[in-house]
Design a protein around this ligand. Structure first.
Ligand code: FES
Ligand code: FES
Length: 181
């Protein structure tokens, strides 16, 4: 039966609009998982204590379990399924190389927080990492690998930026054939 409090709400998720009929206090996490089928974002505690449900709202890591859909408005929501860009690419690559996940349950949230950190702090210190990742818990204790992978991703982003800076903007001069006359 439809909830009498249901109202039409349009969310901008991973670059696309989605209109759903839900009560305004519906947690964003349920809208993503139950209505949009984006199940990569996980439920852990439901109390903003574990970070498993982290998504980006206008680029800011946000606990979707305690964020009502009515509070999101027209903000850009990005989930693990849609996160993209140099920081996301570097983090995914580093996560694979370091084999960071163990059971994997917390890892979507960890990755979303790591991408947000590297987007704003491309060369984070250990203290920056600890601060940014403090709200993302891992019962498997993958913290050392997470920290190492974030440093790896930062290094990869820096190397890519240096290579791109070193690339000449002007096209190479045309080769002049040797004159045999
Ligand atoms: S499920 Fe949202 S912080 Fe734990
Ligand atoms: S990898 Fe198992 S909870 Fe983090």
């Amino acid at each position: 039966m439809t909830d009498p409090r249901a109202t039409s709400i349009t969310l901008q998720v991973n670059g696309q609009p989605f209109t759903i009929e839900v009560p305004p206090d519906t947690p964003l996490l349920w809208a993503l998982r139950e209505w949009l089928g984006l199940t990569g974002t996980h439920y852990g505690c439901g109390m903003a204590q574990c970070g498993a449900c982290t998504v980006h709202v206008n680029g800011v890591p946000t606990r979707s379990c305690v964020t009502p859909v009515s509070a999101v408005g027209a903000a850009r929501i990005t989930t693990i399924e849609g996160v993209a860009g140099p920081a996301a690419d570097a983090v995914r690559d580093a996560w694979l190389r370091r084999t960071v996940p163990q059971c994997g349950y917390c890892q979507a949230g960890q990755i979303m927080s790591a991408v947000a950190l590297l987007t704003t702090h491309p060369a984070p210190t250990d203290a920056d990492i600890d601060r940014a990742m403090a709200g993302n818990l891992c019962r498997c204790g993958t913290y050392p690998r997470i920290r190492a992978a974030i440093h790896d991703a930062a290094q990869a982003m820096s190397s890519a930026a240096q290579q791109s800076d070193a690339r000449p903007d002007a096209p190479a001069p045309a080769q002049v054939p040797p004159n045999h006359s």
